[in-house]
Design a protein around this ligand. Structure first.
Ligand code: XMP
Length: 515
């Protein structure tokens, strides 16, 4: 089924929730015409919420043609209003905003709200409201700010809710989505992330043919699962390249060799590119510039590795034409890949690619969320130590040093990071925490006292976060005694650091990484 993205990050969440209901979903931009959408032969369509008012100039609208095609449609929030407007209902600017948990009163359960209570808390976020449902629709619910908070036209299989059923704060949200999918649209809950494997294996074989591919292995779950998937498709035509860019954490390179290569038997080439990256990053403090440089250097190293492979294989060797990347759905969206979404930061494997790229990309995880990638990894037999690793960004410690990246600063950060990781693991918190970046504020100094002497050192920031998919996150309430141990150990064992601070910002407004 298709989720039509009206420009808010809610579209991601809707797609996830639909997949949690075991129905495969993909996101498409609202700028597509009904004909383009229908060409995909969707079994159902959901219109997402969005930041606009239907009254704003240039606000995206829905072509009524979409509703005449006989495909079941659910409109959510903005999508609900746009549906009402397109079909002749009234949407009014009441000036009465509803935001956050709101009580909704069900007047007729219909198909959509069947089995849910008469009064329920629903997550709202809107200024305009539907005042009159279009002809043929039954009103299912109201709230104080929404005379029509849900409606449906069972004959045409068109449904809508003003609230956000995809948000956990909507008490019966998932049920509402499932009622639409199973009863409203007649879909069967038979999709699992594992289903992706067979399709992707076929697609990769078709794309790569007899050519060869290389895959940048970072040690993280995404590239490992991408590599395992591609290896299943093309076997020895794949070589994995592990680039030691000097921005890795302690023990990282060893772990890749030990855990991944031993388990999968994949061809591995290790490239020591520490000097190259440090030289390229010299004098650079701007985060976007760092990301672009790291992305560019990665590709240059891969290109050189590919040339080496071709040279080694001699004249009979097939060309290395493909580069496998573990790009995930959130990476694509946050790099501005979802039309209408803002470019927050250039993830090194999406927005940071140089224009003169010599490779064609193979990105078998491009439509998956992290938890789905983990499920695919387990099914492919990737070892649990890798599947459950916390995320670590491709640009590595380079984007965890606020300021210029130098070899000395990397050593300091590596030491502090190793302590934090060790203590969090010792406390048994690894699965409760999504990840805990440790950030060195290299351009900040503060006065301290140690052993009766004055110190003038740098702070490090602990950024423990909890998240479902990195799109949103909350700071993790790590027990004080664990924080105290980390702080004491870092300030004792890492001479340049005399202060440890805790980042208590959620995402939004902060991103997970500092840069
Ligand atoms: P932000 O900082 O955008 O991070 O909230 C979201 C998630 O993505 C990871 N991250 C990256 N991963 N390349 C990656 O492979 C990147 O350039 C990159 N930037 C951020 C980050 O660690 C978090 O899990």
């Amino acid at each position: 089924m298709l989720v039509v993205d009206f420009g808010a990050q809610y579209a991601q969440l809707i797609a996830r929730r639909v997949r949690e209901a075991n129905v495969y979903s993909e996101i498409v931009p609202h700028t597509w015409t009904p004909a383009q959408m229908l060409e995909r032969n969707p079994a159902a369509i959901i219109l997402s919420g969005g930041p606009s008012s239907v009254y704003a100039t240039g606000a995206p609208f829905v072509d009524p043609e979409l509703f005449a095609a006989g495909v079941p449609v659910l409109g959510i929030c903005y999508g609900f209003q746009a549906m009402a407007q397109a079909l002749g209902g009234d949407v009014a600017q009441t000036g009465l905003r509803e935001f956050g948990g709101t009580e909704v009163e069900v007047c007729a359960a219909g198909v959509l709200l069947a089995g849910t209570p008469e009064r329920q808390t629903a997550w709202m976020s809107h200024g305009d409201a539907v005042h009159r449902a279009p002809d043929g629709f039954e009103v299912l619910a109201t709230s104080s700010g929404s005379p029509v908070a849900a409606f449906e036209d069972r004959a045409r299989r068109l449904y809508g809710v003003q609230w956000h059923p995809e948000v956990r704060h909507s008490a019966h949200g998932q049920e509402v989505l499932e009622r639409f999918l199973y009863d409203g649209a007649g879909l069967s809950p038979d999709w699992t992330p594992g289903n992706v494997i067979a399709d992707q294996v076929a697609a990769i074989r078709a794309q790569v043919g007899d050519a060869r591919a290389i895959c940048g292995l970072s040690g993280g779950v995404d590239s490992a699962v991408a590599a395992a998937l591609v290896q299943r498709a093309i076997g020895d035509q794949l070589t994995c390249v592990f680039v030691d860019h000097g921005l890795l954490r302690a023990g990282e390179a060893e772990q890749v060799e030990r855990d991944f290569v031993d388990a999968t038997g994949v061809h591995l080439m290790v490239v020591d590119a520490r000097e190259r990256f440090l030289t390229a990053l010299a004098g650079i403090s701007d985060p976007e510039q760092k990301r672009k440089i790291i992305g560019r250097e990665f590709i240059r190293v891969f290109e050189a590795a590919a040339r080496d492979l071709v040279a080694q294989a001699g004249e009979d060797g097939a060309d290395v034409r493909f580069l496998v990347q573990g790009t995930l759905y959130p990476d694509v969206v946050e790099s501005g890949g979802g039309e209408g979404a803002a470019n927050i930061k250039s993830h090194h494997n999406v927005g940071g690619l140089p224009e003169d790229l010599e490779f064609e990309l193979v990105e078998p995880l491009r439509t998956l969320f992290k938890d789905e990638v983990r499920a695919v990894g387990l099914e492919l037999g990737v070892p649990e130590e890798i599947v459950w690793r916390q995320p670590f960004p491709g640009p590595g410690l380079g984007i965890r040093i606020v300021g210029e990246v130098t070899a000395d600063r990397l050593d300091v950060l590596r030491a502090a990071d190793a302590i934090a990781r060790e203590e969090l693991t010792r406390a048994g918190l690894d699965r409760d925490i999504w990840q805990c970046p440790v950030v060195l504020l290299a351009d900040v100094r503060s006065v301290g006292v140690q052993g009766d002497g004055r110190t003038y050192g740098h702070p490090v920031v602990l950024r423990p976060v909890s998240s479902e998919d990195a799109m949103t996150a909350d700071w993790t309430r790590v027990p004080y005694d664990v924080l105290a141990t980390i702080s004491t150990r870092i300030t004792n064992e890492v001479a340049e650091v005399n202060r440890v601070v805790l980042d208590v910002t959620s995402k939004p407004p902060g991103t997970i990484e500092w840069e």
